[in-house]
Design a protein around this ligand. Structure first.
Ligand code: PLP
Length: 400
């Protein structure tokens, strides 16, 4: 029999991956599931990006690249960071990997030792705590509140810090809430961090282009130049350019950390796909109209979904500034009875009830560290969103 390592025994399958698998199963059985679990854009990868990949294949760019990516891609990332943050990063500050996910994992592998603490504000993207655990660290969950808009405050940050804190993880705009930090909020957090020199910040800004506010989103590196050496910004092409399957992300920050991440990549993947790298260059340097169009579509869907949710008694949505998720509070449904005679005790029960009784798939808030909520994605067509929320409304109306 196979015994997994203690490292593996500490972690679980990502609940979003598990939910997606369950939806596929039910669909295969013929159930007409309205799937709001998806964590990826429904749009196709832009034509000019595909063309760049095809051209790379034809030109024989089909070999290993340097561990930290092709010079053309690092240059595209450097320009993109300059455009978005106003910061001029040296080439040695940039690395690329098989998705932002891999970069985050390797940043932890590169820096954590047993007992090191990582502050993760909740609600959080499901992977952060397990990535910390898999790398011998201890996640310290900082519970944000509705009053603070589900964002980390200077006070909560101060309370969560210890001598063992190595990292703070920020995610703006957030998966699952969609809320983004303002410049002033980031500056206030930076002030606390200035007094905690042992702490680095991993800021996951993978949704920064999908932003509904005025102008562009302000990232941490831009808001807190004094902390620049300690900020590791993670981004990628998956969400902004509908390129989740290409597996290409990047990290930018302290060249010494980047060197350690590169060392790990040299002994694991060697480099991300050369073809995906060529495609990412086209995405980052090409026409950005595809991004703007995407944002407008998400904004319309968000507004329509909020409108429909407002008409459902017992549900309360957090209004997102970006990304493509709604985090919906369902405290008003807890304790109610289903027509079958069961009682909804928690958000897992609510999620199951919606799946069984409305054919609507969402993910329970407890997976993101905050209850009772569910996350619904609006990275799906408006017709599905409307049909799903109508079915949710009817299912909720059947509760006693
Ligand atoms: N960070 C957040 C908050 C995400 O939601 C995701 C994807 O779901 C990622 C990072 C990883 O994206 P990728 O590995 O495709 O770059």
């Amino acid at each position: 029999t196979f015994t997994p390592s203690s490292r593996v025994r500490r972690i679980k399958v990502s609940p979003s991956t598990a939910a997606a698998a369950r939806v596929r199963e039910l669909k295969a059985e013929g159930r007409p599931i309205l799937d709001l679990t998806v964590g990826e854009p429904d749009a196709d990868t832009p034509r000019h990006v595909k063309d760049a990949a095809i051209a790379a294949i034809e030109a024989g760019e089909t070999k290993y690249t340097s561990v930290n990516g092709t010079p053309a891609l690092r240059e595209a990332i450097r320009e993109r960071m300059l455009r978005s943050s106003g910061i001029e990063y040296p080439d040695a500050a940039i690395t690329v990997g098989g998705g932002g996910k891999q970069i985050i994992f390797l940043a932890f592998t590169a820096s954590l030792d047993e007992g090191d603490e990582v502050i993760v504000p909740a609600p959080y993207w499901v992977s952060y705590p397990d990535m910390v655990r898999a790398n011998d660290g201890t996640p310290v969950i900082a519970e944000t509140t509705p009053e603070d808009g589900y964002k980390l405050t200077p006070r909560l940050l101060r309370e969560s810090l210890t001598e063992r804190t190595r990292w703070l993880v920020l995610n703006t705009p957030s998966n699952p809430t969609g809320v983004a930090y303002s410049r002033a909020e980031l500056e206030a957090l930076a002030e606390v961090l200035e007094e905690a020199p042992q702490v680095r910040v991993l800021t996951d800004e993978i949704y920064d282009e999908i932003y509904f506010g005025e102008g562009r989103m302000v990232g941490l590196a831009e808001a807190a130049p004094a902390l620049r050496e300690r900020i590791f910004t993670v981004n990628g092409v998956s969400k902004s350019y509908a390129m989740t399957g290409w597996r290409l992300g990047y990290g930018v920050g302290d060249p010494e950390l980047v060197r350690a991440v590169n060392l790990l990549q040299s002994q694991t993947s060697s480099c991300p796909s050369s073809i995906s790298q060529a495609a990412a260059v086209a995405a980052l340097t090409g026409d950005q109209e595809c991004v703007r169009r995407g944002v407008e579509i998400y904004r319309q869907r968000r507004d329509r979904a909020l409108e429909l949710l407002a008409g459902i008694d017992g549900l309360e949505a957090v209004v997102p500034d970006g990304a493509f998720y709604l985090f919906v509070g369902c405290r008003g449904l807890i304790g109610r009875r289903t027509p079958e005679g069961g009682t909804l005790e928690n958000d897992q029960d609510v999620t199951l009830y919606l799946l069984e009784s409305a054919d609507v798939a969402v993910i329970q808030g407890s997976a993101y560290g905050t209850e009772p909520f569910f996350r619904m994605s609006y990275a799906t067509d408006l017709g599905t969103i409307e049909a799903a929320l109508r079915a949710v409304g009817e299912a909720v109306a059947r509760l006693r």
